[in-house]
Design a protein around this ligand. Structure first.
Ligand code: FE2
Length: 186
């Protein structure tokens, strides 16, 4: 699937500007790691972009097959390959889909972290990614009330699975998001 097609799906399924920004942040982080691992950048970007495509329509509070990310995988089953579909399923722990590929590991590792980095940027006086560094993100890890929806354990576990030291991983995602700071409004 081309990036263009993926963006079209995004527009059809997602209305929330914040969710769109999250999906773009994950896409650009996936692109960063595709290059690091010499993988297909377009393919990784598309998986990053679409991983939460069904989240708005089917938020899935019961964590069962009637909702996210099962709905996305179902819609995409003839449009993406197995590696991509497994990665999308695998980013949600409750599906118990093993993360066997670097793509799946990268998606899981960047997903929550983009949220944490966005939250840290938004409390800076200038509300910019350029004001965010590794230490400012790590400092907030310990503050449970800060960005309480962000699962810190998953970020740490994700970096370990990916095989990238946590500090380096945070730095990578700050850098990747910084490349589309305009689109992210940060
Ligand atoms: Fe996500």
């Amino acid at each position: 699937m081309s990036r263009q097609e993926a963006l079209q799906i995004l527009d059809e399924w997602v209305k929330s500007p914040n969710l769109k920004k999250h999906m773009l942040a994950v896409a650009t982080s996936m692109e960063f790691y595709s290059k690091k691992f010499s993988a297909d950048s377009d393919k990784w970007w598309v998986v990053g972009l679409l991983h939460d495509m069904d989240y708005e329509k089917y938020p899935n509070p019961n964590r069962d097959e009637s909702g996210h990310p099962y709905k996305a995988a179902e819609f995409l089953k003839d449009k993406l390959d197995k590696e991509s579909l497994d990665a999308i399923m695998g980013h949600a722990e409750f599906t118990h889909t093993p993360r066997e590929t670097q793509m799946a590991k990268a998606l899981f590792a960047v997903d929550e972290l983009t949220g944490m980095i966005t939250a840290v940027a938004l409390i800076k006086p200038e509300k910019k990614l350029s004001a965010v560094d590794v230490n400012s993100v790590k400092k907030r890890f310990k503050e449970k009330r800060f960005a309480s929806g962000v699962n810190r354990e998953e970020i740490i576990q994700g970096a370990q699975e990916l095989g990238v030291p946590l500090d380096e991983h945070i730095q990578n995602v700050i850098f990747a998001m910084g490349r589309i700071s305009g689109e992210l409004g940060l």
